[in-house]
Ligand binder design. Structure first.
Ligand code: ZN
Length: 316
């Protein structure tokens, strides 16, 4: 009897969602300093008095999307074990001196460059303390970057490189990744093991990091809320849900997030994982030219638009 489970169809990262403090400061940092595009300005579907802001490349391609739930005045959390500890963007090799200078100009002091698996890495934090990295990849990354007047196209962010998940013990998470989730080990050194999937390359990497100096993570501003993996369509998502349920995972029902459909489950070290469909994408309720300019509400909140708009802080 064949008891092998068919691997889930998860070609790479879809998005990373984090928690922020002041929403205007969040918009300024990601659009003006990092040069990402605000591709969607909507509300938290579970709490329409707060924003849900999406940043990405020009169209919000899966693998480029960093999203935030910003709550002004929220106390800071602490990045640590049981969380996505660091979120890394991909830039072309040779770009880090440009970014070092640009970050300093904007009052952000990055850490000294390090080298990880042969690639230079520049780490820094956003205004809420979220740990970000720029990886000067030596691999071909032909994904088009969003254009920004102060950032040469050759140096611009092309989407995610990958994420680092900090764990006390990597064994059970590794078993989930390389088992049902279809990932494979790419590299390993010094407590860090890198996994990749599908065609590989930037946008697919998940690193598990075991480091005794990292504390337990505490959720709050400046921490990642969840990590979403992409899946091609509703059918592949449904198959993934069935498989995860059969393995004993508590998986949410399918949630309609307007721009993708989502299911959620918690991996063994406590990180919230999501599987999000690539379609329909961010152009479903506004044109590509105007992405992110108007407040978009899901249908259930449209009747309350004026009250919601009045309650939300201004972003500009
Ligand atoms: Zn999500």
């Amino acid at each position: 009897m064949n008891t092998t489970t068919t691997a889930l169809n998860l070609p790479g990262i879809h998005h990373v969602t984090a928690i922020a403090g002041d929403p205007k400061r969040n918009v300024d940092f990601y659009t003006r300093v990092l040069g990402l595009r605000l591709v969607k300005k909507t509300v938290n579907f579970d709490d329409p008095t707060t924003y849900h802001l999406y940043y990405g490349d020009s169209v919000g391609t899966p693998g480029s999307i960093l999203t935030f739930f910003p709550w002004a005045g929220l106390r800071r959390g602490r990045p640590g074990n049981g969380q996505v500890y660091a979120t890394a963007f991909s830039v072309a090799a040779g770009s880090l001196r440009f970014w070092e200078a640009r970050l300093l100009t904007h009052g952000v002091t990055p850490s000294a460059q390090t080298n990880r698996f042969g690639e230079d890495v520049l780490a820094f934090t956003d205004p809420d303390g979220l740990i970000l990295e720029l990886v000067a990849t030596t691999e071909a990354d032909t994904r088009p970057a969003h254009t920004h007047p102060e950032i040469p196209a050759a140096n611009a962010i092309r989407g995610f490189h990958g994420v680092t998940i900090a764990v006390i013990d990597a064994a059970r998470t590794e078993k989930l990744l390389v088992g049902p989730m279809g990932y494979r080990t790419a590299q390993s050194a010094g407590g860090r093991t890198r996994y990749t999937t599908g065609a590989g390359g930037p946008g697919t990497y998940v690193d598990l990091l075991v480091d005794s100096s990292i504390p337990r993570g505490l959720q709050g501003a400046g921490t990642v809320h969840h990590l979403a993996f992409q899946t091609p369509d509703d059918a592949s998502q449904d198959a993934a849900r069935t498989t995860l349920l059969s393995l004993g995972y508590h998986v949410s029902p399918v949630m309609d997030r307007n721009y993708f459909h989502s299911i959620y489950y918690r991996e063994p070290e406590g990180v919230l994982f999501e599987i999000a469909t690539n379609p329909p994408g961010f152009a479903v309720d506004e044109s590509v030219d105007t992405l992110g300019t108007a407040l978009k509400l899901p249908a259930q909140y449209e009747a309350q638009r004026s009250a919601i708009e009045a309650a939300l802080p201004k972003l500009t």
